[in-house]
Design a protein around this ligand. Structure first.
Ligand SMILES: C[S@@+](CC[C@H](N)C(=O)[O-])C[C@H]1O[C@@H](n2cnc3c(N)ncnc32)[C@H](O)[C@@H]1O
Length: 512
């Protein structure tokens, strides 16, 4: 609660009441608060934008924030196709496009109804200058990457306020000019827009800057079942952390809703994870370096054990103990065993990582057997909480009981116990890497409650536990489900009947 002598924002009299949302502005009475709201509502926020010497602009909490609080709701400045995607989206509504093409520009639409859609209207005239439109069959994943860049460039002409807000965003122009992405952007976007689309209103440097702005600041947004990218003015100022304190969801109208997943203390940064929680340090840092142009040095990245989770840890060939990098911030640092003198070179570790990554990608993820075999095969190579083990176990937790290949009634006691035990151990991991009200925690709790009920049913029908014993399982399952529901209710997919649908499916499968 704010302290000291304060004056009313409206009439300047001494004031004791304050805005309960931002807690930064005072009023002497309810009447003054009502009168002041019209002006205050635009500034009523629980954070301020500050400049950090290393991170640049970022959001800092201006008061203590509770887990679950909505920090920000914001409409996008602009959305459009992703930089790379194998799915071709309709430029009118962003649903998956099939064979229909715009009668004017011949770019993908889902049907005549999207011909004049607001997203496509302005760009259509420009795109219709392309003499031979590119092939839009998903073979070229960047076939539509120039469209979003063009949408930004067109705001210069049609929506100057949006253009100003976007062009104020960080672009990492210098890094792009001297980095690996320069050629890629030149070929796929700059040359295409200048030489094929004959877009003459912007020069090479402006187009490259827009590529950099989109790369640095875009959020991935689900829209009409497809994934597109969107620019959000204030949210784009959030700094990255590999253990972030917010999550975000997008409403049907693309409003971004940013929610605190854990308590945030006044004066500390409000953060988002630009990378993936379930990637290990090597993968996250490479990804951030390549696409966001910085090397993360957060506590998780600095710690070879990834905050004690052993998410990157290998097992020693010689003695079976843990092997971790001597310096996780240096990609070339050797990895050494915690017990014996065995050392593995960074090159060997990277090679092994790439091989296992490929093997896991190529596995049939709908087959429990394939994932179980992977765990068996590498149990002497990877720590039980290594990223790839976690991926396989999480895959199995989601598969067990939820797939026609693996229905509860066909599962063995070991499989049911694994669903429960792995959900619990993954929850411990998520408490460190994605703490609080995260989607990961919500999903794991949901699977845990289903696993507990299924296991209880199995044990009861095989006379391993009594009805009294089964009640304890059900009591725990009910508590776990309550927490899962509270978290998952933030998710648009789950809120609108999705959660009930999943619960009905499980109840049907379990015949309860
Ligand atoms: C989406 S922008 C965030 C806003 C930006 N700082 C600005 O001033 O506009 C992302 C960029 O912020 C910087 N940044 C964000 N989080 C960072 C972190 N944890 N460490 C270093 N740089 C960070 C990087 O330059 C990154 O490319």
């Amino acid at each position: 609660m704010p302290e000291g002598k304060n004056s009313c924002e409206v009439c300047r009299k001494a004031a004791k009441q304050f805005c309960s949302s931002c807690k930064a502005v005072f009023y002497c009475s309810k009447e003054c608060q009502k009168r002041g709201w019209k002006e205050h509502k635009n500034n009523c926020r629980c954070f301020s934008i500050q400049v950090h010497p290393k991170y640049g602009r970022l959001l800092i909490a201006t008061r203590d924030i509770k887990a679950g609080e909505v920090l920000l709701k914001e409409s996008p400045l602009l959305v459009g196709p992703k930089e790379k995607s194998s799915a071709i989206v309709c430029l009118g509504c962003h649903r998956a496009a099939r064979d229909y093409r715009c009668i004017r520009c011949h770019y993908p639409l889902c049907g005549p109804q999207c011909q004049t859609a607001k997203y496509h209207k302005d760009e259509c005239e420009v795109l219709s200058r392309v003499e031979v439109p590119p092939e839009f069959n998903g073979a070229s994943q960047s076939a539509l990457s120039h469209v979003t860049v063009l949408r930004v460039l067109l705001t210069q002409k049609f929506d100057h306020k949006t253009w100003q807000l976007i062009s104020d965003m960080q672009d990492h122009f210098a890094e792009i000019k001297r980095g690996d992405l320069y050629r890629y952007f030149m070929t796929n976007v700059v040359d295409f827009l200048m030489k094929v689309v004959h877009y003459e209103e912007a020069d090479e440097a402006t187009i490259l800057r827009v590529c950099g702005i989109l790369m640095t600041n875009s959020f991935e947004v689900k829209h009409n079942g497809s994934r597109v990218r969107g620019l959000y003015h204030t949210a784009s100022k959030m700094a990255h952390s590999c253990v972030a304190n917010t999550k975000h969801v997008f409403e049907d109208d693309l409003t971004g809703v940013f929610i605190a997943t854990q308590p945030i203390t006044k004066g500390t940064p409000i953060t988002v994870n630009y990378s993936q929680v379930l990637w290990n340090t090597m993968a996250r840092r490479q990804h951030l370096k390549m696409l966001k142009f910085f090397l993360c040095e957060c506590p998780r990245c600095c710690d070879a054990t990834e905050l004690g989770t052993h998410f990157s840890t290998l097992l020693c060939d010689e003695c079976g103990s843990s092997v971790v990098s001597r310096n996780p911030l240096d990609l070339d640092a050797p990895w050494s065993c915690s017990k014996c003198p065995h050392v593995i070179s960074a090159k060997q570790v990277r090679w092994g990582d790439a091989v296992l990554y490929k093997e896991l990608r190529e596995l049939d993820k709908s087959s429990p057997r394939a994932l179980e075999n992977f765990l068996e095969k590498y149990k002497k190579t990877l720590h039980s909480q290594h990223r790839f083990f976690v991926e396989a176990k999480y895959g199995l937790v989601k598969l067990y009981g939820n797939s026609p290949n693996c229905r509860f009634r066909d599962m063995s006691r070991t499989q049911l116990e694994n669903k429960v035990n792995w959900s619990r151990s993954l929850l411990d991991l998520s408490a460190v890497l994605d703490p609080g009200l995260s989607l990961l925690r919500g999903s794991l709790l949901f699977e845990l409650q289903a696993g507990i009920v299924a296991l209880a049913k199995h044990l009861l029908s095989n006379d391993i536990i009594t009805t009294e014993g089964a009640k304890d399982y059900m009591k725990e399952a009910a508590e776990v489900l309550q927490e899962a529901t509270a978290i998952l209710n933030h998710e648009p997919d789950m809120r609108d009947g999705g959660l009930n649908e999943r619960l009905s499916y499980i109840a049907q499968e379990l015949e309860i």
